[in-house]
Design a protein around this ligand. Structure first.
Ligand code: CU
Length: 281
């Protein structure tokens, strides 16, 4: 066997480097099996206002952890190679700790984490803390949600504010798994869960937020391209987790208004009355 194990471990950094090269150069097999060089396929298409910042953060952390991972793998290989048992008959001497080393390998990761924590602060504030505002009369208030999204096993229940702009009133529009939003506008949604933990994930908008039973949260985003995109549940929530998907349709304000009016008249036609039980707070 001899140096078999050290060579086996050497394949880890080699595969790591190959993965990086394929990802950055967009080379097969990471671009869906073709050898062409189309637009970057490493991440799903980004159609959002804020996504670029999040992608940059993602890539930064990927490079940082990638370099460290490959470095430690190479160090592991070198030590295994050099101190192979068959070539070194002398038994190993154990020593007890090095203060300097302990301090160094505690401070370095702590400093790296602290740097990332500060570096990502603006992205966090934009995505999670600074809810968009609107003017009502002469006062600037947090923007009202367009729709309330409630995760439940195993679907996304949607409730749009009707003409009064309020969610939870009799003129609401109800839908399941079919979210429509206007393009080029900041959209605020209310996110809830009816049963267990779910995670509301819009891959193309770089939005992911846990839906927690008993909590009401606000999520906001702006889509800059029209089209149909996925809504996915990103939290294993039960046997039907895999089928908990919906469709996000981004469309012009005109199309959105048309769709809304159609759905509304359809809802009135079928004399749908919201149940007073499970949906209410
Ligand atoms: Cu779920």
């Amino acid at each position: 066997m001899g140096r078999f194990w050290s060579l086996l471990f050497l394949t880890v950094p080699i595969l790591g480097v190959l993965t990086f090269v394929c990802a950055i150069g967009n080379i097969w097999p990471l671009n869906g099996g073709t050898l062409a060089f189309p637009a970057d396929q490493w991440l799903p298409d980004d159609v959002s206002e804020n996504g670029g910042v999040i992608d940059n953060l993602f890539m930064f952390i990927l490079y940082l952890t990638g370099v460290i991972f490959i470095g430690t793998s190479i160090a592991l290989f070198l030590f295994m190679w050099k101190f192979d048992a068959e070539k070194n008959a002398e038994p190993v001497k154990f020593t007890h700790g090095s203060h300097t080393l302990e301090i160094v390998w505690s401070i370095l990761p702590a400093a790296a984490l602290l740097f990332i924590a500060i570096y990502q602060m603006n992205a966090w504030v934009d995505a999670k803390m600074k809810r968009p505002t609107e003017m009502i009369g002469r006062s600037e208030v947090p923007k009202r949600p367009l729709v309330e999204v409630t995760g439940r096993q195993f679907e996304w229940r949607l409730r749009y504010a009707g003409a009064d702009g309020q969610i939870g009133t009799p003129d609401d529009l109800h839908a399941v798994n079919d979210l429509h939003i206007p393009v080029n506008q900041e959209v605020v949604i209310t996110l809830k869960s009816q049963d267990v933990l779910h995670s509301f994930f819009l891959p193309n908008l770089r939005v992911k937020q846990d839906a927690v039973p008993g909590m009401k949260q606000f999520v906001w985003f702006q889509a800059n391209e029209v089209g149909a995109f996925d809504i996915v549940c990103a939290e294993l929530c039960g046997w039907g987790h895999y089928k908990m998907r919906g469709r996000l349709t981004v469309e012009s304000q005109e199309d959105f208004d048309k769709w809304f009016a159609e759905q509304m008249s359809e809802q009135e036609r079928t004399e749908f009355t919201p149940s007073s039980g499970d949906d209410d707070e």
